[in-house]
Design a protein around this ligand. Sequence first.
Ligand SMILES: Nc1ncnc2c1ncn2[C@@H]1O[C@H](COP(=O)(O)OP(=O)(O)OP(=O)(O)O)[C@@H](O)[C@H]1O
Ligand SMILES: [Mg+2]
Length: 327
Amino acid sequence: MTESELPAADVSRETGGGPSEAVSRETTFDTPIMREAAQAVHVMNVRQEQWPRPATTRILTVANQKGGVGKTTTTVNIAAALALHGLRVLVIDLDPQGNASTALGIDHTTGTPSIYDVLLGGDSLADVAATTEMTPTLTCVPATLDLAGADIELTSQVAREYRLQRAVTAHLEALAADPDAAPLDYVLIDCPPSLGLLTLNALVAGREVLIPIQCEYYALEGLAQLLNTVELVKSHLNPTLAVSTVLLTMYDSRTRLADQVADEVRNHFGELVLSSVIPRNVRVSEAPGFGQTVMTYDAGSRGAIGYLEAARELAERGKAEPGENAQ
Ligand SMILES: Nc1ncnc2c1ncn2[C@@H]1O[C@H](COP(=O)(O)OP(=O)(O)OP(=O)(O)O)[C@@H](O)[C@H]1O
Ligand SMILES: [Mg+2]
């Protein structure tokens, strides 16, 4: 795929999916301005949709102990896309780097009330959550550098693996008991690049694991260790946990390697892999520098459309079935 193309999902929906039609559509938008206008209109139309609510709050732990594979980018952009479509979303930043907080424009200077105070100080999530400027339906519990020592500090604590789970459960119960509060549809937890106590807390608190996989060499390396950890958590600490979603990130269609990795991941994880793939796109990496997600920074970019499609797919897969009450 070149910089100029629309994502495959987009093209196929509008054209009925035939390769020849897809080609003809591309030739219709043969100037950059026309293409951008078409993308912007597409994004605006999609935004007016209300995406389906899940039957109960979905708690997704975004994990991969490999660094720089797109965990944070995936967390904040999926969260933003869901929130822009009427869903109520809480992001929990569990990485001392605080990258998710930055991308959502949430203050996380040292001393700011944060997830550290929840895990080690007994604060509630409501005490430390902040609302994003983007939309009131998206809130974030920030992480500060204080969290850097938490792995060690937690070691000596009672129920050290359950700290986050207890906080999340208490938060959801408090919302359910408050007639003026709306329930959350999604909680997304951004993990640090390690399998230490912080990630363990996130796996114990989550119901689903979302694994972003970068379309690069060694993409699958180390995944066995993550899957093994998920199984251990499942059998000892959190029986309801399951890997529900795999997302291919930073896909570069100019390299044959990206396709090879994508095929390998699909062979391995099958249906768990979202059909939407996130392209490598510079707008995605620029957005955090402006305290924004790419969904608002450049809604018509290929990166934003990739995340939009992925989030929509996630919401569709997890929607309340007929007979189940949506929240
Ligand atoms: N689709 C994309 N296109 C271009 N750049 C991207 C894309 N996704 C992520 N990046 C960039 O790649 C880098 C790593 O992404 P990100 O921080 O989301 O990974 P991570 O897994 O959270 O990293 P860490 O393990 O350090 O927490 C960032 O600089 C980010 O802006
Ligand atoms: Mg990160």
